[in-house]
Design a binder for this molecule. Structure first.
Ligand SMILES: Cc1cc2nc3c(=O)[nH]c(=O)nc-3n(C[C@H](O)[C@H](O)[C@H](O)COP(=O)(O)OP(=O)(O)OC[C@H]3O[C@@H](n4cnc5c(N)ncnc54)[C@H](O)[C@@H]3O)c2cc1C
Length: 379
């Protein structure tokens, strides 16, 4: 089957790998002149490690394997911990990883031929036909919109359905300061109920720090705020170390508004479907954007001849994940925070990660392990 993929981000590159391996003739068209490597870092949960392995992506030395996810109070008291070593053992050695987006897309793009500088301006979803900005066209048996939040393919399918701001933004930057979170496998999260601060190691001597806070166009801490660093220092400079030190040294930070889509029951029509943010842009709050894009690519690669079956298989999971992500972490911090034993938090994470992954639920990964360790997973 001839497959056209619009967009060469995480979703498009992963789909290209999976569909090529399944024997299809794949063409990827990316509007940018080269691989887009901007952005901060992303968390990939164990399901992503399994899918990337199946897609033949080499993760050797990539990012930083996460060992603990800690929650602290704003006074620096440790409230709880998720032990990712336990999670990893549960999932047969599939590990959670924090990785710079640059490194992730570079690894995904290895050996994938991409037609860069090919922006699509029009789509005929019923004929799987795309029109480039120079007026040329291409046609396939299957057309996949992997063109992100402002997807042209989605618009051709469903009309204007812009992703909506949810009132939150992330301010983020990398640091190379030698904090306790550089290359240690530990990450930390602090919330005061109105904002969230976090830091996670991304490997190669770098960690990403970020703050999630409420902001909308016109707010002082909206995109391109000229005095953003001063405002962030005023607001968070008294939080526990390493935040004050890192903020004191930071020159700039990037602002990422949080968007959400309505996730339809069926995403495509005829020979056209969607993957990744084009189908289900979601807040980064649960660190699920890239992982769900990989789940799409993996699922679609195995059912390319029936795109509606792919969409149905994904919708239920994606809706649940997008809903959870849309409830930003500070908004759902409950009174039990700090009272729950670490073992409970770890067990809950295992259940949540499994419920968010068709790959883990299928348990096909169990059969591919050298020794199928965990026979029974928590429901
Ligand atoms: C530059 C960039 C930086 C990012 N930084 C972060 C970050 O720091 N943290 C985070 O959590 N998430 C970040 N994201 C989002 C994250 O990558 C996605 O949520 C997730 O990986 C799903 O990816 P996707 O491939 O569906 O969408 P995207 O990553 O948005 O990729 C879509 C691709 O399609 C291309 N495209 C769009 N329109 C067209 C068109 N008409 N014709 C041809 N090509 C087109 C785009 O150039 C892009 O390469 C970033 C995305 C991008 C593009």
């Amino acid at each position: 089957m001839k497959v056209l993929i619009v967009g060469g981000g995480v979703a498009g590159l992963a789909a290209a790998r999976g569909l090529t391996a399944a024997g299809h003739d794949v063409e990827v068209y990316e509007g940018a002149p080269e691989l887009r490597t901007e952005g901060g870092s992303v968390t990939l949960w164990p399901s992503s490690a399994g899918i990337l392995r199946e897609l033949g992506v080499d993760l050797d030395g990539a990012g930083c394997r996460l060992e603990t996810l800690e929650t602290w109070s704003v006074r620096g008291r440790r409230l709880g911990k998720i032990d990712m070593n336990v999670v990893e053992r549960r999932f047969g050695g599939l590990h959670a990883l924090h990785i710079a987006r640059r490194e992730l897309v570079e690894r995904l793009a290895e050996d994938v031929p991409v037609n860069y500088g090919h922006r699509i301006q029009a789509v005929d979803p019923d004929r799987a036909e795309i029109t480039f900005t120079d007026g040329n066209t291409a046609r396939g048996d299957l057309l996949i919109g992997a063109d992100g939040r402002n997807s042209v393919v989605r618009r051709a399918l469903w009309g204007e359905s812009p992703a909506k701001l949810n009132g939150w933004v992330t301010w983020q930057a990398f640091t190379t300061l030698p904090t306790e979170f550089i290359d240690t496998g530990r990450s930390v999260m602090i919330s005061n109920g109105r904002a969230l601060g976090s830091m996670a190691p991304a490997g190669h001597g770098k960690a990403l720090w970020w703050f999630d806070l409420r902001a909308k166009p016109g707010s002082p801490l909206w995109v391109d705020a000229p005095n953003a660093m001063d405002l962030l220092r005023q607001r968070f400079g008294h939080w526990p170390e390493p935040f004050p030190t890192v903020l004191a040294q930071a020159q700039t930070a990037q602002c990422f508004p949080h968007y959400g889509h309505r996730v339809p029951a069926v995403w495509g029509r005829g020979p056209t479907t969607l993957v990744g943010d084009a189908a289900h842009t979601m807040s980064p709050a649960m660190a699920m954007g890239s992982g769900q894009a990989l789940e799409d690519a993996w699922t679609l690669s195995r059912s390319a001849d029936d795109p509606r079956a792919y969409e149905r298989a994904r919708t239920k999971i994606v809706r649940r994940v997008a809903k959870m992500a849309g409830r930003e972490i500070p908004s759902r911090q409950g009174p039990l925070m700090g009272l729950l034993p670490d073992s409970f938090s770890t067990k809950s994470s295992i259940s949540w990660l499994r419920s968010a992954s068709g790959y883990l639920q299928e348990e096909a990964w169990l059969q591919r392990l050298p020794e199928a360790e965990p026979k029974k997973l928590p429901a």
